[in-house]
Design a protein around this ligand. Structure first.
Ligand SMILES: [Fe+2]
Length: 490
């Protein structure tokens, strides 16, 4: 039974009110939030740390980076302990951050940034690791992630940078470690991948045991697909969705004439390929082809008999990359590049017969950043939460969260309200015995009225109750990914 949601269309107000949320935060801070400033109540028993990563510094000196994805990684740690809340942030000390800070100008190429000064300044230079995409705590290590390079190890308490991390040498010099690893909640195993190689990119697949040791590292060629951002796991398989984005002119990138993003082209004459690997060995099991689409993010996946189902956010082409290059300028009505109509789609494939099927997830509306109860990673989940843009008067960035019920097709939407914008929203389960949607949604929300951010906790079940609003003393630049962990370090 589908419940149609009739959100009232509201006239647009406050154009550009999201823009300060993209501004650089130069300060590195550490402080307790005054309890009297918290609106609502921190749920009893809720303790842990929310780590989030964002491109916190989007300009250096007088120069702005050529793409939002090239800002320097800044980690936020929001610690909830004994009913109190602590905030800390710190930049990842990559060579790019350290050297550009000293020089106060752009010294490194990015994925969409060229070093000012022409071709010779860029020739034969690879992009600098910005460590700006995600952050995970696994095997006792806190790691800032960026899909084109190595992780950076950080101190979980101080957020100070320990250095580039190669899993005791298990990652070779040419192997990147993507920003979208998946943790199997039954085994504690962490799986991840990296794609690298010009003109023949290889898919590198990694397995890391609960203690943090890389126990498998398998490389293979699965096609000339140049850009893979995310993947999924089931109980026995890994699922990759390879969109038809190809580096057709690698020499222009290598010789310094074009950035990586300018060199990758979407080919709408080619299909999107889904590749299934065996989780235990990394061996190729089967491939499928669907009509071409592009997407950054994949939801959960599961297997049932010989079938594998995977949910993914799909758009028709890669135009979104252009929109994300310059999120710093007012766009008027051209805000939809962010969600860009990304539709949540389920792909089902039979491993024995090769039969395949795709259908929109019933009830869902356009969204991004899928989140689910992590206890269900790799198993069938009933609920997915996604950041969303609704017509609440300020539809200029993610201003709402949708909750999709895969069983009934029912849709529930939580509206942050005019002038309030989130990035990724993370689900925190109530506890081991709680039902799947008993828990909280936690996110860092930019509030235009205060020109500052606040940590917001919402009831993930009813999607109506804003349980707590924890005001910060500054804004936190919009960012990408992170996670909530039960450990605390303050
Ligand atoms: Fe991502």
């Amino acid at each position: 039974m589908t419940t149609l949601l009739a959100l009232p269309e509201k006239p647009r107000v406050l154009p550009g009110c999201e823009l300060y949320g993209y501004e650089t935060l130069f300060d590195e801070l550490s402080y307790w939030i005054k309890p009297e400033n918290i609106v609502g109540e921190i749920p009893a028993g809720l303790e842990g740390t929310l780590y989030m990563n964002c491109p916190g510094r989007n300009r250096i000196g007088e120069q702005q980076y050529g793409h939002w994805f090239d800002g320097d990684g800044m980690i936020s740690a929001v610690t909830i302990k004994g009913g109190r809340v602590h905030y800390k942030n710190r930049y990842v000390r990559t060579p790019k951050f350290v050297n550009e800070t000293a020089a106060q100008k752009i010294l490194y190429r990015g994925v969409g940034t060229q070093i000012p000064g022409g071709i010779l300044k860029n020739m034969f230079r690879m992009p600098g690791n910005a460590a700006n995409t995600s952050v995970i705590l696994h095997g006792g290590k806190l790691l800032a992630l960026w899909e084109g390079g190595k992780p950076y190890e950080l101190d979980p308490a101080t957020l100070e940078t320990v250095g580039e991390y190669r899993y005791e040498g298990a990652l070779t010099a040419a192997q990147p470690f993507s920003a979208h690893p998946r943790l199997d909640p039954r085994t504690g195993m962490l799986y991840n991948f990296g794609v690298f190689g010009v003109p023949k990119p290889k898919l590198h697949f990694y397995r890391i045991d609960p203690g943090g040791a890389m126990v498998d590292n398998v490389s293979q060629y699965v096609g000339d697909y140049s850009m893979v951002h995310d993947f999924a796991i089931t109980e026995r398989h890994a699922v990759f969705i390879l969109c038809p984005a190809f580096m057709r002119t690698p020499f222009k990138f290598v010789l310094g004439a074009r950035s990586i993003f300018e060199s990758i082209e979407f080919d709408n004459s080619r299909n999107t390929k889904v590749v299934v690997l065996e989780l235990a060995t990394g061996k190729l099991v089967r491939e499928y082809e669907f009509e071409g689409f592009f997407g950054f993010h994949i939801g959960n996946a599961h297997e049932h008999g010989d079938n594998i189902s995977v949910d993914a956010l799909c758009v028709k082409n890669m135009d979104v990359m252009g929109g994300l290059a310059d999120v710093f300028a007012e766009r008027g009505d051209d805000f939809k590049f962010l969600a860009n109509g990304a539709r949540f789609t389920r792909f089902t494939m039979n491993l024995a017969s090769g039969a395949q099927h795709q259908a929109l997830v019933e009830g869902s509306i356009a969204g991004e950043f899928p989140s689910w109860n992590p206890r269900f990673t790799g198993r069938e989940n009933r609920y997915t939460w996604l950041s969303t843009i609704i017509e609440n008067g300020t539809p200029y960035s993610f201003n709402a969260v949708q909750k999709v019920d895969h069983q009934t097709g029912e849709l529930k939407v939580f509206d942050f309200g005019a002038g309030r914008f989130s990035s990724e929203v993370n689900f925190i389960p109530h506890g081991k015995d709680a039902t799947e949607d008993e828990g909280y949604l936690i996110s860092i929300v930019y509030n235009h009225a205060r020109k500052k951010s606040e940590v917001v906790i919402v009831d993930a079940g009813d999607m109506r109750t804003e349980i707590a609003v924890i005001p910060l003393e500054h804004h936190v630049p919009f960012g990408f990914h992170g996670g909530f962990y039960s450990e605390t370090f303050v």
